[in-house]
Design a protein around this ligand. Structure first.
Ligand code: GRG
Length: 300
């Protein structure tokens, strides 16, 4: 019988231990030794506190194809490192200018801006070293597909492009459609890549990959909708109001266009959409089912 709380806790512990082992001057390879200040900043930006949802999606998608969790760990670490780098850079003064992340000082506060930029760069780079390593998968053609998948999800047509659209939209304003596209790239692309990495590790055929991609895109929308709803409700509670805009960050969200109840209805539809795409996999997809439900429950 599948148990989500065991799965998420087990995954977080495995990711934490493996990140600690990877982010060590002796493990990070190169022609020269990694500076300890850089490695410390990389550790600060990635250890302690994350929910490790992206590695969880990798292992749950791989589990559909009978891949044991340890064999999906390297790909999970790679996507988590990209996620952590994006948070380190997103917190910088040139972006969101945040002092706290996961209840601790952000990397540029604990170190300095240049170190935070470099720590993010090095996390991003190491992610691809992990995917290229034969320990990730014995077949080089699979490893190349993993590298391409993570690159597509992270780069100009994925997460980084979504961040650019978000920044540009702050000046020009975004239509509801543009907000959806921006969010699908900024947050959705890495969630999509996580599920697809697991499917590729599992040797999914084209049909299974397409079904899982549909799930992943819906799960990404659910994640973002729940986050937007949470932003509004948490801000309103803090300000003692019944409804409100995201006064905290002035973020462009679907709640502003759909309204709170509209966004909640859209969230319920989106979760159902994700769940119905998994029908073909039966109980083997219980992990992915539980995770999209968990995404939606974050709004409470
Ligand atoms: C700066 C290159 C660059 C990209 C920034 C993803 C992103 C793009 C910025 C993160 C900022 C943000 C608020 C994104 C919305 C998605 C979100 C709520 C991310 C936090 O993800 P969780 O909940 O975080 O998985 P933990 O801490 O659990 O890892």
């Amino acid at each position: 019988m599948y148990d989500f709380s065991t799965d998420i806790a087990d995954c977080a512990a495995a990711v934490e231990a493996a990140l600690a082992q990877q982010l060590d001057s002796n493990t990070l390879s190169g022609p020269g030794p990694s500076p300890s200040r850089l490695v410390d900043a990389m550790r600060h930006g990635s250890l302690a506190g994350g929910k490790r949802l992206r590695p969880l999606l990798v292992r749950q998608a791989a589990a559909i194809f009978g891949i044991p969790a340890p064999q999906a760990l390297a790909a999970g670490l790679a996507v988590e490192m990209v996620h952590c780098y994006s948070l380190v850079h997103d917190d910088l003064p040139a972006m969101d200018d945040d002092d706290l992340r996961r209840g601790r000082p952000t990397v540029h506060k604990a170190y300095d801006e240049a170190t935070a930029i470099l720590a993010g760069d090095a996390l991003l780079t190491h992610a691809f070293a992990l995917l290229a390593d034969p320990a990730c998968h014995p077949d080089p053609s699979v490893r190349i597909r993993l590298v391409s998948e993570l690159a597509a999800g992270s780069g100009a047509g994925g997460m980084v492009g979504g961040q650019m659209r978000d920044i540009e939209g702050e000046q020009a304003g975004l239509s509801p459609e543009d907000i959806s596209t921006m969010q699908a790239m900024k947050t959705g692309a890495l969630i999509r890549a996580s599920v697809r990495l697991g499917a590729i590790l599992g040797g999914a055929d084209a049909r299974a990959l397409s079904v899982l991609t549909h799930y992943a895109e819906a799960a990404g929308r659910a994640f973002q909708l729940a986050d937007d709803i949470l932003d509004v409700t948490a801000t309103s509670e803090a300000m003692g109001k019944a409804t409100g805009k995201d006064a905290a960050h002035g973020k462009q969200t679907l709640v502003a266009t759909l309204g709170l109840e509209g966004a909640r209805a859209r969230l319920a539809q989106t979760v159902n959409d994700a769940l119905s795409s998994l029908r073909t996999f039966g109980p083997k997809a219980d992990g992915l089912r539980a995770t999209v439900r968990y995404f939606a429950s974050r709004e409470h």
